[in-house]
Ligand binder design. Sequence first.
Ligand code: BGC
Length: 392
Amino acid sequence: MSDIRLYDASSLGGCLSTNVKDVWRVVLVSMFTALIFTRSYSAELTDARYTKLNYGINLSHWYAQSDNGYDEERLSSYTTKSDMKLMRGKGFTHVRIPLSPSLVFTDGPGIGLNKTRVALFKSRVQSFVEEGLAVVVDLHPSESEKRELGNQVGDTRLVDRWNILSKELSTLNPEFVFLEVLNEPHPLVGSAWHELQGRLLTSIRSGAPDHTIVLNPGGWSGVDDFENFKPYTDRNVVYTMHWYGPILFTHQGASWSWNIAEQVAGLGWPVTQEAAEAAALKARSDEARNFVRQHAQDGQFQKNWIEQQFNKLSRWQTQNDGARVYVGEFGAYRKVSPALDRFRWHRASREAFEARGWGWSVWDFKGGFGVANELNGKTTFEPKMMEALGRP
Ligand code: BGC
């Protein structure tokens, strides 16, 4: 409406005195500038950019959670050009790189960047872009780094740190590089997280006006964390959900997650009541046995349960003006889970994401949840997993 009025006004030309014309010129120029500024500052995420998030792989244990340190020799060789080509060859569209805050920010009270390391990190991100792969830069704190948050000093430090990091990353192509505010901020949830994330969003947005920012609903970024979560007004964002349901299946044998799941092994997916009972009998405690039986009775090891969980998030999307969703992590720990059941679970989950138009990134490349194997320095994808992921 205002555009039409402006053009009409400018055509009044000679009827107006010079002074009035000058005033109109100033008004026009400032409104035009405001329009341009608003466009680039808070543009809507385009479909072209969003589809870069269609098919992805998490590159874990590289720039975060490494058991073998972060010396430059390891960082420069852990993920290679041939890995990139392997991923591109299978039609993956992006990678998600967990980045430990301690690697890029300097210690101490001042806010500073480890410039050398950030420069090298950027050059690696750039190599993916050159291969045609988009990159989600996921700030991925350890549990102890997360404990620094939830108070004024720690929160403000992260807000200020993201501001300098986002300025530094803003030179990377915004069509290919996405900035993820913070992985699984648990125990931060609800209004405390919403408020802190709002501050982080403002801070990143001022450093990187054109980049798409990946936000989350707090907690572990699970489906249920979205229940009372309100999107922000910025429309150049996506909301990330992490999918590991049911944990008893995906984290069987895992030591860091739920101690009950750790006591389970050989649990399949989907399972009949009889198969669940057989798996229950193998669990290491009565408590674990009962959880397996209860979950089976509740239908949690069935495709229909997955659909029900995702339908909650689809409803959230509908209620929130079609806010964009991205499944930034999903996967199952390999150690004691039956391979064929893992493939089935990946397929069912992946098909359900795609049916809803959600991009996804599998956790992980060649770690404990890996979709690839490394043997004698050569990395190859697990063929049946690629079929399950729709990338044969
Ligand atoms: C965590 C990893 C973990 C994975 C699956 C990630 O978000 O950071 O440590 O392996 O989830 O549990």
